[in-house]
Design a protein around this ligand. Structure first.
Ligand code: PHE
Length: 468
């Protein structure tokens, strides 16, 4: 066992360096979760209240779970299933990794549909059709007819999965790292430019008030669950993506430092997206309840208001496409690492088979916005809770499954692997320049607070039956 473990760690491909690792992990975290899912969850959760609970969860649960996952991966040098096998005895724990592999695959299926919409909107901005949507109503109409099409959304999600497949087949350092290195700074600069534009729109200030003023009367279990799910989803937690990426990190890395940077970058970009969407929404006089189409309906307004708007539209949708790609790559990589490490499959075979499977799962989500009324959550829908197929999957896998995964990762790490080993491995790196304030606090959060908080939310939900 010891020998194979050592071999695995020697043969295993690694990030080329510190910056490469941070950028790749930040690339996984930053994606549609920040720019599509965050604003839309804020609008469903009633604005500032959601944001405050989300920020609280990022700090109190997200960051500790992120550190737990990274150290689990780096220490074991394995995929999520193998990591538990290697570090924690008992038949139960590999199933936690297995749930992660399943969850990642299910998330990838609906995520690639939204990523496909992004590519579609890139096409629209290149061809100039986006510029024709001049007000909230007309851009809403453009969106509805685009997503109701029976062909394009399916085709585009397939194309997106195919591109993801190509990157993952290229391997960790060459494929994944290279794509991320120039993207992050470019995306950040563009978002800042858009936020400045949005903040100067008349009425924009109402958007800021909406984003940061909590209306406590809106407090409900669904808001709390949504914020918890969003904190985990946005940081790519609860399903082993960060275990897998940690497993490609070298022993030189100071994970405490990397984890903190990743969390700051991810949360900052989500808030920046909020600073773009909500001022624009209030300027356009629309109601913040556009559902999963929110960003696609609101953004054309700002592009139409800006000098060189079509240039900004093209730049924005290109960067969002790449940001989504660095996230889909990490989603696919989890299952690929599992089949390669545990089942001995070749990388190409694993990546091809899993992305093919994901495409089959993506089709019903791609058809859920009008093409097949039975999947739409509307009157003819055959689905429970009046939700369309994509939203249903987004809630089940993106909120519930990630939260269950996070509970078990915390319990496994803190109670069975042990807090002292976990903390020691966090600081393993040669780079000890970063101060680690409150080491014990992190241990306590992972051991007691995180599992307890999530458990309480679950108990309330089960008792009250307020699932969605
Ligand atoms: N964090 C990614 C995003 O915000 C999505 C993701 C979730 C990626 C879970 C990997 C694992 O877009």
């Amino acid at each position: 066992m010891a020998a194979t473990q050592q071999n695995a760690s020697i043969d295993r491909e690694h990030w080329t360096g510190r910056i490469g690792f941070i950028l790749a992990a930040a690339g996984s975290a930053i994606g549609l979760g920040n720019i599509w899912r965050f604003p839309y969850s804020v609008s469903e959760g009633g604005g500032g209240l959601f944001v405050i609970i989300y920020l609280f969860f990022v700090l109190g649960i997200g960051l500790p779970v992120l550190l737990a996952e990274l150290s689990l991966g780096r220490q074991s040098q394995r995929n999520p299933v193998g990591a538990f096998k290697a570090l924690i005895p008992g038949k139960f724990w590999p199933y936690v990794g297995g749930l992660g592999v399943l969850t990642g695959t299910a998330i990838l299926a609906f995520y690639s549909v939204i990523a496909g919409w992004t590519v579609g909107y890139l096409g629209k901005s290149l061809s100039g059709t986006l510029a024709e949507a001049t007000d909230g109503e007309s851009s809403g109409a453009v969106f509805s007819s685009f997503v109701a099409d029976p062909l394009w959304p399916v085709l585009l999600s397939g194309i997106f999965l195919a591109i993801t497949l190509l990157v993952v087949r290229g391997g960790v350092a060459k494929g994944i790292e290279r794509a991320t290195k120039f993207l992050m700074p470019a995306l950040l600069i563009l978002l800042i430019a858009l936020a400045i534009q949005a903040l100067t729109l008349p009425g924009g200030i109402d958007g800021i008030i909406y984003l940061f003023t909590p209306d406590w009367s809106k407090l409900s279990l669904n808001v709390v669950m949504g914020a918890l799910g969003q904190a985990l989803f946005s940081l790519s937690l609860g399903m082993g993506a960060m275990i897998t990426y940690g497993s490609y990190a070298s022993k030189r890395e100071n994970l405490w430092k990397s984890g903190t940077y990743i969390a700051i970058a991810d949360t900052g970009i989500a808030l920046l997206a909020g600073l773009i969407i909500f001022p624009t929404l209030f300027f356009a006089g629309a109601e913040p309840n556009a559902g999963p189409g929110l960003v696609f309906v609101v953004l054309p307004t700002i592009f139409n208001q800006m000098p060189f708007g079509s240039f900004f539209a093209i730049a924005f949708f290109s960067l969002l496409t790449i940001a989504a790609l660095t996230s889909t790559v990490s989603l696919l990589e989890v299952a690929v690492a599992y089949f390669v490490d545990e089942k001995g499959w070749r990388r190409n075979k694993a990546a091809t088979a899993i992305s093919g499977f994901c495409f089959a799962l993506a089709v019903p989500s791609a058809l859920a916005f009008g093409a097949v009324p039975q999947l739409s959550g509307g009157e003819q829908s055959i689905l429970p809770f009046n939700l369309d197929f994509l939203t249903l999957n987004n809630n089940i896998w993106g909120n519930y499954s990630l939260s269950i995964g996070a509970i078990f990762i915390c319990i496994g790490v803190a109670w069975f692997w042990g807090v002292p080993k976990f903390l020691a491995s966090l600081e393993d790196g040669e780079d000890r320049t970063f101060p680690m304030p409150g080491r014990e606090v992190v241990g306590f959060l992972v051991k007691i607070i995180c599992p307890l908080c999530v458990l309480i939310v679950f108990i309330f939900i089960i008792v009250t039956g307020n699932y969605f």
